[in-house]
Design a binder for this molecule. Structure first.
Ligand code: NAD
Length: 358
């Protein structure tokens, strides 16, 4: 069964959270000098790498550091942040400053959003994923047991301050993983953006202009369907159904997959589901596979049993009569929600290891 393509969101961005780009640390400092914060939640690695800037940014405000990675998106880590909000008696008249990658923004935003039913926060995204994706759209939350983002809510920051220079200290693996989310945005958008990202090395630092173009794709989908009620925002989950499963399963391994690496696997696998259903020309899938393989962002499958795999899938998606609804690519720039037999997903997963060596 196939369904009509999801409508493309309109080109204009309306009523979005204020987003400001800063070409230098001094410009960010100038902006922050007009604000007061009750407490700062900051990624620990970012704090050590950018200590003098962050100390200047925070002035007398207490800085609470958070270890990055999925470990920070857990109940104990959230509880620690709530305790700090309690300790510093943060109330609704005050603001929290959040500085870090997607994990830090997700857990800290959730802590702020749930404290006294919500205190305002300002987000300063520091990783590529955070600067093009996680800081936008208002989703905050944590993982629960093995499931990704199972506890969460929608809460928009008061403003988003972006200093692209933060990306200069990101290691190459994280930078490349960040580009994968950009690649997904470009797959949804098609046209010139797709051509541009296809020709961009994932080891390169993005320009401010490309950051803005990639963010605008997400913002346009979000504004058409802010609470995922119409199916339109679901397009942004392209590659994420399988991607989230691989990310969760890999957490027990010595070297867990980064979010973007898991999404890269999901993108190439889900695109092949499209091919198998006769929805996507095989040539397009080959182009995606060759780019992601060439950028070395595709990893082997983590070890798993089908029982674990199905359990994670059923937590993420409703399985009805052996089928799940996921967004699938029809062509570059066009996506539809499709009912996929779980067995078809499994079949593609079984094929994946052979693509890595071909
Ligand atoms: N809320 C959303 O809409 C949304 C969207 C996309 C992804 N996410 C979530 O974001 C997370 C992935 O984001 P991420 O890759 O930024 O994760 P992350 O926050 O764990 O950061 C990855 C690593 O980069 C480090 N880091 C961050 N900024 C740095 C800098 N400037 N210099 C050096 N190191 C830096 C961190 O310490 C960490 O080790 C996942 O949990 C994913 O589910 C959320």
């Amino acid at each position: 069964m196939s369904y009509p393509a999801l409508p493309k969101p309109s080109a204009a961005i309306r009523n979005s959270t204020p987003i400001e780009y800063f070409e230098s640390p001094e410009a960010l400092l100038e902006k922050a000098s007009h604000e007061r914060f009750a407490v700062v939640f900051c990624d620990g690695k970012v704090y050590s790498l950018w200590k003098s800037l962050i100390d200047a940014l925070c002035r007398e405000t207490p800085v609470i550091t958070i270890a990055g990675g999925e470990e920070s998106k857990t109940l104990p880590s959230l509880r620690r942040l709530w305790k700090k909000l309690w300790q510093y008696k943060v109330d609704k008249g005050q603001k929290v400053l959040v500085i870090g990658g997607g994990s830090t923004l997700d857990v800290s935003g959730f802590a702020a959003a749930t404290w006294k039913r919500g205190v305002p926060f300002v987000s300063v995204p520091t990783s590529l994923i955070a600067q093009i994706d996680a800081a936008f759209g208002g989703k905050v939350g944590i993982n629960f047991r093995q499931g990704k983002n199972l506890l969460g809510t929608y809460a928009h920051p008061e403003s988003i301050w972006i200093l692209p220079a933060f990306l200069t200290t990101l290691d190459e693996r994280s930078l490349k993983a960040g580009w994968v989310e950009g690649y997904k945005h470009a797959l949804l958008e098609g046209g010139e953006l797709w051509e541009e990202i296809q020709a961009t090395s994932f080891s390169a630092l993005p320009s401010t202009l490309i950051l803005q173009k990639l963010v605008s794709v997400k913002l346009r989908y979000v504004q058409e369907d802010p609470y995922e009620e119409k199916g339109i925002r679901q397009a942004l989950n392209l590659g994420h159904t399988l991607g989230h499963i691989w990310e969760s399963l890999s957490q027990r391994e010595e070297k867990p997959l980064l979010h973007g690496e898991a999404v890269a696997m999901g993108l190439v696998q889900e695109a092949f589901v499209s091919v198998q259903m006769g929805l996507l020309p095989e040539k397009v899938w080959e182009t995606i596979l060759s780019k992601l393989k060439g950028e070395k962002v595709l990893s082997p499958l983590p070890s798993f049993t089908w029982k674990q795999w199905e359990k994670l899938l059923s937590q993420d998606k409703k399985i009805r009569e052996g089928r799940v609804f996921i967004p699938l690519l029809l062509e570059v720039g066009r996506v539809a929600l499709q009912a996929i037999p779980v067995e078809r997903l499994k079949k593609v997963v079984r094929m994946y290891p052979s693509w890595l060596h071909a």
